[in-house]
Design a protein around this ligand. Structure first.
Ligand SMILES: C[S@@+](CC[C@H](N)C(=O)[O-])C[C@H]1O[C@@H](n2cnc3c(N)ncnc32)[C@H](O)[C@@H]1O
Length: 259
């Protein structure tokens, strides 16, 4: 007798993620399972004076899970790829560091997020930032074209994390780096959580067990150089908070390099 195995419905997941983050772009004041906006960014460690220098419309829809740009050390002239750029907070901050001699490409599958970031780039004069529609598992970019790949709060949402880390490795030039913040868990989440597309879309269900997460990055050819816990990140709804407590779901930031 074949046991009935529960499986995540990835089509439903993508629809839910697009619906949820479309709302984050269009109606950022709405209450989600997670915090959003400037107060969150400041609590996570984003320097206020840097936030003052980017479009407020991006920050109101910020839905990241940790600060990691200190690890990314973006310099003038750098080419940066932001996987799951949302409304663009990290892309705009990276664009300030990369300057007009550099460039930032943000990729996101949710049209309202991508379109908002692109509008803000044009309105606030960030010609070095560009936002493309696409999936982070197969981003629409050339191989070997970037000095730094960044991502914030996104890879946990992907049902194919090995493909995301492989895509990051392909996008990087020799000597490039990957810097990100994401959600991981201390214990392997049970099927009841990992097969729940609603909990995935809320950045919990897709949290990979932390050792497996590290191994998945290393399997894509990276060496992890820095790893830190972001204690300041927390979920807000009762359901999310209880899953978080039970399985040790936390935010981390990391820096990794190919080789
Ligand atoms: C938690 S939000 C974070 C957005 C942004 N990085 C920030 O810090 O505000 C996750 C974003 O990732 C996008 N996303 C999730 N899964 C994706 C995928 N497989 N391919 C492309 N974008 C994805 C969503 O559309 C959403 O905009």
């Amino acid at each position: 007798m074949n046991p009935v195995t529960r499986q995540l419905d990835t089509t439903e997941l993508e629809e839910r993620v697009k619906r949820m983050y479309g709302e984050v772009a269009l109606d950022p004041g709405h209450e989600f399972h997670f915090e959003t906006g400037r107060a969150l960014a400041e609590r996570l460690g984003y320097p206020a004076h840097q936030l003052d220098a980017i479009p407020p419309g991006a920050i109101e829809s910020f839905a990241g899970v940790g600060y990691f740009l200190d690890l990314a050390t973006i310099s003038p002239g750098d080419a940066v790829l932001d996987l799951g750029s949302g409304s663009g907070t990290d892309s705009f901050l990276a664009a300030l560091d990369a300057g007009r001699a550099g460039r930032v490409v943000g990729v996101d599958m949710t049209e309202d997020q991508r379109a908002k970031a692109q509008r803000l780039a044009e309105r606030h004069n960030f010609p070095q930032a560009e936002f493309r529609a696409g999936h982070i598992e197969d981003p629409p970019v050339d191989d070997g074209a970037f000095d730094c790949v960044i991502s914030n709060g996104v890879i946990n949402l992907s049902p194919d994390k090995p493909a995301v880390f492989a895509a990051a490795a392909h996008a990087l030039r020799p000597g490039g780096r990957l810097a990100l913040a994401d959600i991981v868990s201390a214990r392997q989440l049970p099927d009841g959580v990992t097969c729940d597309a609603a909990l995935w879309a809320a950045c919990i269900g897709g949290a990979m067990q932390r050792d497996t997460y590290r191994e998945t990055i290393e399997a894509a050819g990276f060496t992890i150089e820095a790893w830190r816990e972001n204690d300041a990140y927390r979920f807000v709804s009762d359901r999310a908070t209880s899953a978080t407590r039970k399985y040790g779901v936390t935010s981390i930031s990391l820096l990794a390099r190919p080789g």
